[in-house]
Design a protein around this ligand. Structure first.
Ligand code: URA
Length: 211
């Protein structure tokens, strides 16, 4: 597994405002969207491309186009939805699948309650969107799910990560370098409820309110 922490002053600034408990939902959504675009820029460095011929008003030349099959973007419901617009703005031709996973707050185990994904992901590059990599259970299950369907490589884009979650994911995928995590920061630890410390609280609630 490879880890990329996006170190950039704009990433740090936006993350700081997201952390602030005084930031309201509309501002949180806007900043999460902007932060995802910056992370997506890093996350798509290895997106597959092909050489194409293009003719400018001046001369023919060689350019770059995204290769087939199209990348697949998979937000993990519910909080991953808050990252979808930022991601597809950068990668508008990507297809979008959905994975609904919920964490049992007692056992911290992840279970899948919904999926809307192509059955066959052979040869596909996949981008999982999950704002908080906390215990790692949800993401490890999601990565396994995509590989079971034939995905070629999987990049998880997370606003924030905890060392425990990264370790759990590493334990699950081993040194498989087809798995990559791109994040704005690795925080200190998890608390006894599985929240990232200092973190930013419950990402779903901060995006959408408490339901
Ligand atoms: N999920 C969240 O939304 N926040 C955390 O801190 C951990 C898991």
């Amino acid at each position: 597994m490879r880890l990329h922490v996006a170190e950039h002053p704009l990433v740090a600034h936006k993350l700081t405002v997201l952390r602030d408990r005084g930031t309201d939902s509309p501002t949180f959504r806007q900043l999460a969207d902007e932060l995802v675009m910056l992370l997506a820029y890093e996350a798509t460095r290895d997106v597959r491309t092909v050489e194409v011929e293009v003719t400018t008003p001046v001369a023919p030349t060689t350019g770059t186009a995204l290769a087939a099959p199209k990348p697949l973007v998979v937000p993990i419901l519910r909080a991953g939805l808050g990252m979808l617009d930022g991601m597809t703005r950068l990668l508008p031709t990507a297809e979008v699948g959905f994975l609904g996973m919920v964490r049992d707050e007692e056992t911290l185990q992840a279970t899948t309650y919904a999926n809307r994904l192509p059955d066959d992901l052979s040869g596909r590059q996949c981008y999982l969107l999950d704002p908080m990599l906390a215990t790692g259970g949800t993401l490890a299950a999601a990565v396994a799910y995509l590989f079971e369907r034939g995905a070629d490589d999987v990049t998880a884009i997370c606003l924030l990560t905890a060392p425990e979650g990264l370790e759990a994911l590493r334990a699950s995928v081993g040194d498989d370098d087809r798995v990559r995590v791109v994040t704005a920061a690795v925080d200190e630890r998890l608390d006894e409820h599985g929240y990232i410390v200092p973190g930013l609280g419950d990402a779903g609630d901060r995006l959408y309110g408490v339901v």
